[in-house]
Ligand binder design. Structure first.
Ligand code: FAD
Length: 164
């Protein structure tokens, strides 16, 4: 990361980003054409190992691309607050974000699909849900195993006496 002072390494701060963002921008590669699609996610972070579960209908372009290339990138952001300045270059946005790379696969095992959907709902709502086999059979569940990830924050600039 170029601006090292903005990197987040504290696990509790990384967890807070994963809890708060709710939407993951999934980057896929269709040959020489990147494809980015926003999706809700659930996550597991165990011993620094990050796993995401995503869900959707059983058809669509993202599955066609995934079949060709399971390598993915992901990005999410939260706490986005615009701030102003006097000059154009002093305008900006505060944020906390997480980005990474990994490998995606379609989950076929019913038990793991149920687990993935429960994890997704826990991340999205904070509540516990369970899913029967019929419900599980009508959706796809994608599992992303992250190979690497990093987190970053840009705080709001200090207020000046001019009120900036
Ligand atoms: C905040 C948010 C959360 C979402 N959460 C989920 C989720 O959890 N699960 C889920 O399956 N979907 C979710 N969606 C919808 C998702 O972004 C896709 O539209 C959907 O998954 C279909 O993707 P696909 O690749 O199968 O596209 P297809 O339905 O096969 O369509 C392919 C084409 O449609 C267009 N297209 C597809 N998606 C979008 C889009 N979002 N906006 C504009 N054009 C689009 C593009 O041109 C794309 O090439 C969410 C969308 C948003 C904005």
């Amino acid at each position: 990361m170029r601006k090292r002072e903005r990197e987040i390494t504290e696990p509790s701060e990384i967890l807070a980003i994963l809890d708060e963002c709710k939407i993951l921008h999934l980057g896929l590669s269709d040959g020489d054409q990147p494809y980015v699609v926003p999706l809700n996610y659930g996550y597991l972070l165990e011993d620094g190992k990050l796993t995401f579960y995503l869900h959707g209908s059983t058809e669509g372009y993202k599955y066609e691309v995934l079949q060709k290339n399971p390598k993915v990138s992901f990005a999410m952001e939260c706490g986005v607050i615009p701030f102003e300045g006097t000059a154009a270059c002093q305008y900006g946005m505060s944020y906390r974000s997480l980005m990474g790379k990994g490998t995606a696969k379609l989950v076929t095992d019913t038990d793991e699909k149920q687990l993935g959907l429960s994890i997704l709902m826990k991340t999205q709502t904070g509540k516990d849900f369970s899913f029967n086999e019929k419900l599980v059979s009508i959706v796809n569940v994608i599992k992303i195993t992250a190979d690497s990830y990093s987190a970053k924050k840009r705080p709001l600039p200090p207020k000046t006496s001019a009120g900036n």
